[in-house]
Design a protein around this ligand. Structure first.
Ligand code: FAD
Length: 1070
């Protein structure tokens, strides 16, 4: 009930909690099985069954084992603690993991009603009558559930496959039970139920009936597959999509059932079909393990004083507070007297004229104060970096579902949301609507940006190469999924147009500028404050400022002192704020049979959405950096931003690099498959060597790149592991392993040099305590911790003397966004500069009393009228890119690294398990190895999510389906490689950044692609067993659906494919 009440606004006047009704909470053993009260939690059911399994004879526990197999991954522990057995059954969810087993096992339900008394009914195919509906009468309550023991010659198995192994509803699941005639392999009874194949749990009664009496052998298996496909038709437009995959899963599960039962029959010495040795692991599930990790970094040099924290693994200064909940985030700020809440009203149409906005009903609701529409905003159109021509609120037209049309302001959150739901907006649909990259290319719906780079002569090179390969890869987008959604609190100060804006943003000065422009006041009246962010990843730049400006407009109207708060719900945040750009990479590659790649012609198309936002810069990065670590003599690269009727995509950690370079690794992998070399050999042949120039003529030395690469090969024992994997793959038909090693060269800094500047303000108080402020925003990446380390070293005082309170626009003006992996480089130099100035002023005092303490010196300095406050400044890197001349130095320097991952896939279900990852990164001389390794591990895991799990689903009308954690899956701890090792390259230095360190915030997102390519390697092994060799397509993310369908075999070949265009699909790939 909870999720429906929270997310769908379902209202129940009365809710009964059966926690204290005895009959509904008991557990008792009978002669025939165990009866559970319907209110028993799933955890209690799990514990009871676990105990029963350990105590009862083997033949009695088949049903219990099947239930336990599902219960271990059903929801998570928190869900199992509160979800009840009765609730799971009565919800009649078609993907319930328990109902198919309970039904296949012939469980019985005890129902009771005040009028009709009690009755016992079978939980069978007649019980589930429709989506969320059962045959129980409206006044009946489920009192208890009887789960029978199994008998000799009866076997039961359960299967499930979800987008993610834990805490995700099944895509398809099944409960399968067979009873044999005694001492034979002849089927006496068969009951099979599937979930996820229709609006209810479904029985395949006809199939079962046809198979009764038949021996358990391959002919029966073939016949079963034919019958199952017949009995479980799924139209191309079926809700939930993934139609062919779901159909393939029904066969895969039956095949696993077949093998599992065969195995049992063998154990019982019943002769029948032999199970080939390599088939055995097909029936084993992947086990979740607690990941083990190794973190290797350099100790500081021996001579470094003990008080100097630079280079030491200092704990993130608010880590403990974040873990305990003491850390204060924007929405934790207590509400002020008279505070108002603002709820946003968004477009429900992808492209339409706004005919009217009727506010009457909303205004009449309790607590509602006002509705802000475009006409109530002074400057509704934004043209200030990084936005160009975007509207705060839609004016005459909407161009995507999720565009902000107006905002309702009310006295409470609940009132504001209720009123937002009561807003009546009339639309007139407009043509065209464009959602996909392909459609926008076809209709030439592109933003006018010109990003082209060329090197050498591609056409001539194509003439002389041995082979040419042309292909494309689609890379899905990604939701930022920061834990803290976009939030703002605007407090008007009551005079001179002054306002305080407390906001979760990476770019406070942009919010300040935008709010000031919107209100028509100078920037000096608006102060933005940022304490910390609960994650940002690029998603709290442009949209955060837009929401703040709308809230400021509302607050300005009530300047008598009513503050306005706006905190997006998860679903709203996902719908409105966009994410990582989906990409299509089309490429033509010319190469020699010895593996040398001589020419690449590549086009990148990103789905920018309905506004340009930062898309031009994202495309710029993909065109500039797609070379990754490879020196290709002839290059032609071009990038396009597709204009579509979807929410505008925006900055996201890596900013076009993770997409552009995935395309590169794809053509490397394809070339390797064509020339018959391993991918790592083709990588080595084509990697930059020594001092080289990129395709935009920036010079760099690839020495560290090769050191990382070689160390990674060595630390991962790559070559031995590869041989072991080949051996494993020879011995296993339905589980395959794969390995991939990928290098990285990642440019740090902003190509527009003005963004590389930074400033800081350092105050020393009379008691010796130091308050540091700088332009960087703490968003979990540890910048404040590093800035305190810098201050400590420069002022030669312990870190305990130093505090950073917040980032604010009245202490450091015009700060750049915390982005581009450049925060520490820029702000570190500014803080250092401020400290140097202070120390210079303090020098005479110190020299006067060299044995004195810091506190003595500060007191003395104060009385000597020495200023104890200083601003520091750093101009930053001199970067530039001349697109006319096709050359420049857009990056200050490069961060290098290499990563090797090993995975195992289940060819029958598409599930995968990350076995091991080894990363070696050159971060120069790390200022804080603990924080840097945290960034490496975190960004790698985010990349792993991007390339293998996270999938945005859009309806054919451009509506985002995946608007919460139930539909959108990010990696959990079980998705982290079971062995995860990170090493920082020793002895590397970088004269271009503070203390010789390097930026590391973004690069390792891309290294998640090693898991993608290891999966591809494993799929290639599976395909070889089916007689398929050479390159094959695999789009990102490599979801269970894509993995399964790429592992072509006798089962996938049986699944009919609906002709595209003959049906309306449930979802589209944008
Ligand atoms: C995040 C999340 C993940 C989940 N993952 C999974 C999963 O992977 N697999 C899976 O199978 N399930 C999953 N579930 C569902 C979960 O297992 C329960 O089915 C769900 O929570 C409902 O159980 P409840 O006890 O909360 O029932 P409630 O929400 O209290 O009730 C659900 C419905 O059943 C009715 N009902 C409840 N008890 C009775 C009764 N005794 N007699 C008559 N009617 C009754 C209620 O009126 C209501 O209509 C998940 C749930 C969540 C929230």
């Amino acid at each position: 009930l909870g999720p429906d009440m929270k997310f769908k606004g379902v209202f129940h006047p009365v809710i009964l909690c059966p926690a204290r009704i005895l009959e509904m909470n008991v557990v008792y053993y009978t002669e025939y099985g165990i009866t559970f009260g319907a209110a028993c939690s799933l955890d209690l059911v799990k514990n009871t069954l676990t105990k029963a399994v350990s105590e009862l004879s083997k033949e009695k526990i088949e049903v219990f084992c099947a239930l336990l197999r599902q219960l271990k991954s059903l929801g998570g522990q928190q869900i199992r603690n509160v979800a009840s057995l009765g609730g799971n059954i009565m919800s009649a969810n078609p993907t319930s993991d328990l109902n198919p087993i309970l039904a296949a096992a012939n469980c019985t339900l005890n129902l009771a009603s005040a009028e009709a008394g009690t009755r016992e009914i079978a939980l069978n195919e007649d019980f589930f009558v429709g989506f969320g509906k059962t045959a129980a009468k409206p006044d009946e309550v489920l009192v208890s559930v009887h789960i029978p023991y199994s008998s000799k010659w009866e076997y039961m198995f359960a299967f499930r496959q979800a987008q993610r192994r834990e805490n995700a509803f099944s895509i398809v699941n099944s409960g399968m039970r067979v009873l044999f005639h005694e001492e034979t392999a002849a089927i006496e009874d068969l009951r099979i139920f599937y979930g996820g194949m229709g609006p209810t749990t479904v029985s395949v009664k006809k199939t079962c009936k046809e198979l009764i009496g038949r021996p358990w052998n391959e002919e029966m298996l073939s016949e079963a597959c034919r019958l199952l496909l017949d009995e479980l038709p799924l139209p191309g437009s079926a809700p939930g999509g993934m139609v062919e995959y779901r159909r393939a899963l029904t066969l895969s599960f039956f095949f696993k059932f077949y093998l599992s039962v065969l195995h049992r029959l063998k154990e019982m010495n019943i002769t029948g079909q032999d199970m080939p040795l390599g088939y055995f692991t097909a029936i084993e599930d992947f086990q979740n393990e607690t990941p083990q990790s190794l973190q290797i970094y350099q100790e500081v040099t021996q001579g470094q004083p003990s008080w100097d924290p630079v280079g030491r693994p200092i704990i993130h200064q608010s880590a403990i507070k974040q873990a305990t909940g003491e850390a204060v985030y924007c929405d934790d700020i207590p509400s002020l007297d008279g505070e108002l809440f603002m709820a946003l009203v968004t477009s429900s149409r992808p492209h339409a004229k706004i005919v009217s906005i009727d506010v009457a009903d909303a205004l009449n609701l309790p607590g509602v104060v006002d509705v802000i529409t475009a006409s109530g905003v002074l400057a509704n159109k934004i043209t200030v970096f990084p936005l160009e021509g975007e509207h705060l609120l839609a004016e005459a037209e909407v161009t995507c579902i999720g565009q902000i049309v107006c905002a309702v302001v009310a006295d409470t959150r609940v009132h504001a949301k209720r009123a937002a739901g009561a807003m009546k907006i009339a639309y007139e649909d407009l043509e065209p609507t464009v959602f996909t990259i392909e459609a926008s290319i076809q209709q030439n719906s592109l933003y006018k940006i010109d990003m082209k780079l060329a090197k050498g002569n591609v056409d001539e090179a194509f003439e002389i190469v041995d082979q040419i390969l042309e292909d494309e890869i689609h890379i899905g987008g990604q939701e930022h999924f920061y834990l803290e959604t976009n939030s703002v609190l605007v407090i008007p100060k009551g005079e001179d147009g002054e306002m305080d804006v407390f906001i979760a943003t990476q770019f406070p000065s942009f919010t300040q500028e935008l709010v000031a422009m919107t209100l028509g006041v100078p920037s000096n009246r608006i102060t933005c404050h940022v304490k910390r962010l609960g994650g940002a990843f690029g998603g709290k730049i442009s949209k955060a400022a837009i929401i703040a400006s709308i809230a400021a407009t509302a607050a300005e109207k009530y300047r008598t002192g009513r503050s306005v708060r706006c905190v997006l719900e998860r679903g709203e945040d996902m719908l409105i704020t966009g994410g990582r750009h989906p990409f299509l990479g089309k490429y033509k590659v010319g190469f020699m049979n010895d593996g040398r790649i001589l020419a690449v012609d590549v086009s990148f198309y990103c789905n920018a959405g309905s506004a340009l936002d930062e898309s031009a810069l994202v495309i710029e990065k993909s065109v500039l950096q797609f070379d990754n670590a490879y020196s290709i003599p002839n290059i032609r690269a071009q990038g396009y931003a597709c204009k579509t009727n979807l929410p505008s995509n925006t900055a996201f950690r890596g900013f076009g690099f993770p997409q552009g370079s995935l395309v590169t690794e794809n053509w490397i992998t394809d070339v390797a498959a064509k020339v018959g070399f391993s991918s790592e050999k083709v990588r080595e042949i084509n990697m930059y060597k020594g001092v080289e120039r990129t395709h935009y003529k920036q010079e760099f030395d690839a020495h560290s790149l090769w050191r990382c690469w070689n160390e990674c090969l060595e630390k991962s024992a790559y070559h031995n592991r590869k041989i072991a994997i080949e051996e494993f793959n020879k011995q296993h038909r339905w589980k395959k392993r794969g390995i991939a090693v990928v290098p990285i060269k990642y440019g740090i800094g902003f190509p527009s040099s003005f963004l590389n500047q930074a400033a800081a303000l350092v105050h020393i108080y009379k008691d010796g305590s130091v308050l540091v402020t700088h332009g960087g925003v703490e968003m979990g990446q540890g910048i404040h911790t590093k800035m305190m380390q810098v201050t400590s070293r420069e002022l030669r005082i312990p870190m305990s003397y130093i505090h950073i309170s917040e980032t604010s626009t009245n202490t450091v003006p015009n700060a750049s966004p915390s982005a581009a992996s450049y925060g520490t480089d820029a702000n570190g130099l500014a803080v250092k500069n401020a400290c140097e100035i202070l120390l210079q002023r303090l020098d005479p005092v110190i020299n006067d009393n060299p044995k004195g303490t810091w506190k003595d010196w500060i007191k003395k300095a104060y009385f000597q009228r020495i200023s104890l406050s200083a601003t520091g400044y750093s101009r930053g890197l001199d970067t530039k890119m001349d697109w006319e001349k096709q050359e420049g130095q857009p990056y200050g320097y490069f961060t290098f690294g290499a990563c090797c991952s090993v995975v195992e896939i289940d060819c029958l279900t598409g599930d995968h398990k990350s076995i091991r990852t080894d990363i070696v990164m050159d971060v120069g001389c790390s200022i804080n190895p603990a924080v840097d390794i945290g960034q490496i591990e975190g960004s790698f895991t985010q990349g792993l999510g991007l390339y293998t799990i996270e999938e945005l689903k859009y309806s054919p009308k451009g509506m985002l389906y995946s608007r919460g954690p139930a539909q959108y899956k990010i990696p959990t701890v079980n998705d982290v490689p079971a062995q995860f090792n990170v090493s920082l390259l020793a002895g590397s230095c970088n004269p271009k950044a503070i203390y010789s360190s390097k930026g590391i915030g973004e690069p390792c997102v891309f290294l998640g692609c090693t898991v993608f390519y290891a999966i591809k390697d494993a799929i290639a092994a599976a395909r070889r067993d089916s007689g398929l060799t050479g390159p094959f397509p695999l789009d990102s993310p490599a979801t269970p659906e894509r993995i399964r369908m790429a592992c072509v075999d006798q089962f996938t070949k049986l699944v009919p494919v609906d002709e595209p265009g003959t049906y309306g699909p449930w979802a589209i790939h944008i």
